[in-house]
Each structure stands twice: as C-alpha cells, then as structure tokens.
Design a protein around this ligand. Structure first.
Ligand code: EPZ
Length: 413
C-alpha cells in the first residue's frame, strides 16, 4: 500500500485554498437521481469517495463526467437497477441511494453499506423511518430490498443521525404528503442538502434546526450548484498549525462551520483572524491543554476531528481529556500515536492525554480516514521522519493532503 512520509519539527507556514466538502457532496450526488435531467456541480472534491459514488451512478445508467472540479450528471437514461455489494461496501454514504431510488422508482435493492471501521454503524433509524413512510423492507445478509410508495410521516430520531436525516429528506422530497423529522441532525451538510433540494424545487423548512418539515412535490428539476468548503479538512490544517506552532492562512473556508473548533484553538492559545473568505491562525503560543472536550452532534466539536485534536494534544503542555460520544470505536489511532511516544490512556470513551516534550518519528499504520490524517499531523509535530502506511484511507476524503501541506511549508512526500 502507498504511504506518506513526513520530516517533523518545522512549523507550518503558508496559505492554501480548501477543497469542496466530502460530506457535503455525497448526499447531493445521490439526490441528483430525484430529477430526470442534468445537474452541474461545481467545487467538487476529487476524492476516492466521489469517484466511487460516480461509479454507482454509472451502474444505474446515469451519465457522469468530472472535469477538474465540475461534475455534470445526466440522469435521463437511469434504470431502476440493483446496486451490488462490491460498490456499496466501500462507503457508508451509498446508503443514501436507497432513499433516492425509493423516491424515483418506488423500489431499491442495495448491497450493504460499508464505511470507516469506527464503530458498528447500524442502520436501524434509516430502516424504521422508511417503514413509517410506507416502505416494505427486507434486510438480507448482504443487501437490503425495499419497495413501496413513499408517504409523508412524523419521524422522531433516537439520535440526531446525519445519514438518517439526509436519507429521509431525500425520500420525503417526492413523497405524498408532509414529513416532519424531529431530533434531526443540524450539521452544515444537512443545510447543504436542503439548499440543493430546494433549488431543484423541493419544499423544505427548518433545516439546521432540530425539526425539519418536507412537503412532498410531484417533480424536481436539474440545477447548477456550488458545493461548500470542507470544514473537516480545514479543521485538520488549523490543528496542524497549533501542533507545529505555525502560522497559516486558509482560503475558501466557512467560519460558521468551525465554531467549536475555533473555541478549542483559542483555549490552546492560538490567535485567530477571520477574513471574508478565509481564516488566519497563529499557533506560535498555542501550547496550552484543554481540560475537557467532548465530541457532539453539530454545533458541538465534530467527531471527525477527534483523532486530529488527539494528535495535537499529545504535545500540549499538561493534561487534557477528550470524550468521544458519537462512535464507539474511534480510538484506533491511539496505539499508533503511542509508538511515537505519546502518553494516552483510554478508559471507556474517555481519552486522557499527558503532553510530552516531543514525539519521535517512526513507521505507523493508518487505520481509517481521519485517523490517517491525525498521524500526518503527529508526524509534522514529531522529531525526525514518520512514515504513515495505508494512504488509500486518506485519499477517501482529502483531495491531496501532501499537496496541501507542501503549500503550508511542510516537509512531506
Ligand atoms: C456521517 O456519518 C459522516 N459521514 C461521518 O463522517 C460523521 O462522523 C458522522 O456523520 C457524524 O457526524 C458522511 O456524511 C458520509 P450518524 P453517519 O448517522 O451518517 C448511530 C468521515 O470521516 N446510528 O450521524 O454514518 C451511529 O452508529 C465520516 O467523513 C445508529 O445507531 O453518522 C453513530 O454512533 C466518518 N443507527 C451515531 O448514530 C442508525 O440508523 C451517529 O451516526 C444511524 C446511526
């Protein structure tokens, strides 16, 4: 497998533009099949998960073309076909095609969705919601068969699930009647999907709050749309500036999406300046710890930056405590960081970190997407050379982490 190599000990220093959002575009790509025509998407990240999703669309007979960061999708020739396991098992977001196929054809056959190994990742809330909307679901060993005519329903989510909220919004857009989602996810990606669907002609209210109302319409039409910047990629590099005591400027960043991250950066001693389209962070004096931080649904601190923050805290001066409240197995990077000299203990979902004077470069294994990025950040802060194996993981969500960090002055290949 490919690897990334880093020579640590150099403060990040430079400025780059942030890519389009992985978790913003994936539901939008699935939602494109709700209309019979052409959608043109701009600022699309050229990442593995997007390429895999385009492969699923082509499997359905949809014409897809990606030129630089623009994707053109023509669904005129779409057929209601099964999407086999080898296509769906690579990522969790393939599950969103179920809502889209049900809305478009009244049926869907989908191989079991995959995704990062950060927990069990059940799909009970997706299934329960579709059943409430009048769908017959047959869960087979490696696939799901669903059939029926979608009707609006009141759905209360046990957890404000991002994916379940998105799947229900996509299905409800063309359902008969009104659907209300209570305890809905409030992430920026939910608002992105609602903006896209509304531009297509959907009737949606309340997105971004805990209650979303979708009044089903008869037909949706093709649109041109700009994908929002990736808040997790931006947060990764901002934390990298703190870990290396550097100074960086990021362009094409939505400040609002980084609220909880900015709180932590300031607690650690970073100085932040916001510009109309970007953000500047000076991490030269950012060596303080954070007594207690919890990952939470938005607007709380995002679970997708938990591992990256963990790396950053391993070289803070003092003790920190990080609670992972979203996924039950998002600790696989701890063992790799310990190989570099980090002092971390795990007790249930609590990570206790005692800052060390230095991490030491060595060979480590990336275990999943965000954990891989966290090891790169640790390598930037470490003394000597760090080799992070299994680069395929990070290519799922970062367009080119080596190019980005070279642009920020890192010594990386
Ligand atoms: C989305 O995953 C993101 N993925 C994840 O990002 C992100 O970590 C997560 O939301 C939380 O913000 C995409 O958008 C493609 P959930 P999703 O449903 O939708 C449990 C990354 O690195 N749950 O909000 O799968 C679930 O197990 C990825 O970019 C059920 O129990 O997350 C988890 O504990 C990783 N039953 C919690 O809810 C269900 O039916 C939140 O999961 C659904 C979820």
């Amino acid at each position: 497998m490919k690897a990334v190599e880093v020579i640590g000990g150099y403060p990040l220093n430079g400025e780059i533009k942030i890519q389009g959002s992985k978790n913003g575009i994936l539901p939008v790509l699935a939602a494109c099949i709700l209309q019979k025509g052409v959608c043109i998407l701009h600022n699309c990240p050229d990442i593995r998960d997007v390429r895999e999703t385009l492969a699923i669309l082509r499997e359905l007979g949809v014409k897809c073309e990606m030129i630089k960061h623009t994707i053109t999708i023509d669904t005129t020739g779409i057929q209601a076909k099964a999407i086999e396991k080898e296509k769906t098992e690579k990522m969790r977001s393939s599950l969103l095609f179920l809502g889209a196929l049900l809305a478009r054809f009244g049926e869907g056959f989908l191989g079991k969705a995959g995704g990062c190994n950060i927990g069990k990742r059940p799909i009970d809330m997706h299934m329960e919601a579709f059943q409430k909307m009048g769908i017959l679901i047959e869960e087979q060993e490696n696939a799901i068969a669903a059939k029926g005519r979608l009707k609006g329903a009141d759905i209360t989510l046990r957890i404000p699930s991002v994916g379940a909220t998105e799947n229900i919004m996509i299905a409800a857009a063309l359902a008969e009647g009104v659907t209300v989602i209570y305890n809905a996810a409030r992430e920026p990606e939910i608002i992105e999907l609602a903006n896209f669907l509304k531009k297509m002609g959907a009737e949606i209210y309340g997105e971004g709050s805990a209650a979303i109302i979708i009044s089903g319409v008869k037909k949706l039409h093709g649109v041109e749309y700009n994908i929002m910047p990736d808040r997790i990629v931006a947060g990764t590099y901002l934390l990298g500036a703190v870990a290396t005591r550097g100074k960086i400027r990021l362009h094409q960043v939505n400040h609002e999406h980084l609220g909880a991250v900015k709180v932590i950066l300031k607690q650690m001693g970073a100085v932040i300046q916001e510009m109309p389209d970007g953000i500047y962070v000076n991490g030269e004096a950012a060596w303080r710890t954070v007594e207690k931080v919890k990952t939470e649904p938005y607007p709380g601190f995002p679970t997708d930056l938990q591992s990256v923050l963990l790396s950053t805290l391993t070289v803070a001066k003092g003790e920190s405590c990080l609670y992972e409240n979203i996924f039950e197995n998002r600790y696989r990077t701890v063992a790799e960081l310990r190989k570099m000299g980090a002092d971390i203990s795990v007790e249930d979902n609590i990570l206790r970190i005692r800052g060390v004077d230095a991490l030491y470069g060595c060979e480590v294994q990336g275990q999943e997407l965000r954990g891989f990025a966290a090891l790169v950040i640790a390598g930037l802060a470490a003394e000597g050379r760090t080799r992070i194996e299994n680069k395929d993981y990070v290519e799922r969500g970062y367009e080119n982490i080596v190019r980005d960090l070279l642009g920020l002055g890192a010594k990386i290949i």
